[in-house]
Design a protein around this ligand. Structure first.
Ligand code: GLN
Length: 268
């Protein structure tokens, strides 16, 4: 289906098959909508923002300029978490954005207790709407926090030091690369993309602290960017907190998800 057809079926609120098999016409308002949408698209506004929604893990999510558009690769991260998770686990998602990861998990793990952190209040409010829209709001807590800062600020370190699983798909593009990539990226929140000079800032910060908030043998699931695996593995081995459990490639054969296990040090 071409982008024009996708926009058409959205404007006409009809399915693709109707578009192909039945007579239809646009009234004046719909025609105006279509030409506005096509013009936004030609300026580089991502199709998903124009439609106002996207599909992820078989669910519908609202998306706009407040959040990163969920990527199909991230579904692999969700699948891997679902393989390891069960029952009443405590799960933390760092940088929840649209909420695509936590909402998908909540649908399949209705007994899990999930905390979803984001620094952006705007993102959190959209993530909450997405949870509500997918009837997954009961077991997710949305909390504003710059990574783990909320736990430290409130001195809740000990109480909260008991996640079974920590997940993050952090910003991982090198600052200097962002402008040279697809023009669509300019419309997504910079803070959701920019991983600092070498793209690895958030991996360093997350790996340095995640061990303090995981149970023994707890798992850390990270989405990673092209060519970053080796450096992240180094960061992890220097931290002495984690051992590498598994690396999963995406559909293009790129190493995309790293699973690390908290190292059960004596006395920890
Ligand atoms: N967790 C969200 C996602 O995977 C947002 C990630 C981000 O903004 N870097 O799509």
């Amino acid at each position: 289906m071409t982008e024009k057809e996708i926009l058409l079926s959205s404007i006409l609120s009809c399915s693709r098959s109707v578009l192909y098999s039945q007579e239809w016409s646009l009234n004046a308002a719909q025609a105006k909508k279509l030409s506005e949408a096509l013009s936004l698209r030609s300026q580089g506004v991502p199709l998903q923002y124009i439609l106002g929604e996207t599909e992820f893990f078989g669910l519908t999510f609202q998306v706009d300029e407040r959040v990163l558009i969920p990527r199909p690769e991230t579904e692999i991260l969700v699948e891997m978490v679902l393989k390891s998770a069960a029952g009443q686990m405590k799960i933390l998602d760092i940088g929840t954005g649209s909420g695509c990861i936590v909402v998908s998990l909540a649908k399949f793990l209705p007994e899990a207790q999930i905390d979803a952190l984001d620094l952006s209040l705007e993102a959190l409010s959209l993530a909450k709407e997405n949870a509500l829209m997918n009837s997954a709001d009961k077991n997710i807590n949305f909390i504003q926090s710059d990574l783990f800062s909320v736990f430290k600020k409130n001195n809740l370190n000990n109480r909260l030091r008991n996640y079974d699983i920590i997940i993050s798909n952090p910003p991982y593009i090198r600052s200097g690369d962002i402008n040279g990539l697809q023009k669509e990226l300019a419309y997504e929140p910079r803070m959701a993309l920019d991983g600092g000079e070498d793209g690895l800032d958030f991996y360093r910060r997350i790996i340095a602290e995640a061990g303090n908030f995981l149970n023994k043998e707890g798992l850390l699931f990270l989405e990673i960017g092209f060519g970053q695996r080796e450096n992240i593995e180094k960061i992890a081995s220097l931290s002495n907190d984690f051992i590498l459990d598994e690396i999963i490639k995406d559909y293009s054969g790129i190493e995309r998800v790293m699973i690390m296990r908290k190292y059960g040090k004596v006395g920890n």
